[in-house]
Ligand binder design. Sequence first.
Ligand SMILES: [Cu+2]
Length: 200
Amino acid sequence: MKRMLSALPVVASLALPTGALANDDHRDDVRSVRAIARIQACDAAATGPISGVARLIERPSSEGVKVVDVAMRVRGLSDGKHAVHIHAVGLCSPCSMAGGHFDPGPSGNPSPDGNHPFHSGDLINIDVKRGFGTMRTTTSRVTLSPGPLSVFDADGSAFIIHVLPDTYCPGGEVAGCAGGARAACGRIELVSDESDSWFD
Ligand SMILES: [Cu+2]
């Protein structure tokens, strides 16, 4: 009887590491939210063909805040830097249908460029060398999952790549400071767990 009682704490201490392992396994079950955008020229007759892809992954930061990693590759833009933003509407034909910069929060400034570069959808320039552009950034200003900052609101959202670089408007609202005319566009679409479109 005495021997059986003394065995109990051993069983309990063995249970602890088993529980920790189970938690680690459980974390692997949490799937990230992913989205993709196919980038096309706004006016291929004027610029020549432009094609690319942007991939987005939402993940929790170490503080538990949702952050979205954005990786974009585009061929056919002119060499140099081009502004990239998430615009308010998921339509690209024509590119003006994408509306202004995605900015669902309260904005005290109704002017399209007045809040620049502090819109939710403001990102960084894509850098193009010999016709091939890449851009990687992480934003905490939008989400892919549902919520007040989700790019998947009632009318969706789209990337716009502009003809000019984004200067981030240090002098305030100056025409063209946010990139000027629109060069390319891509509607952002949710990628389901079953879809293989992420990998092509
Ligand atoms: Cu823009």
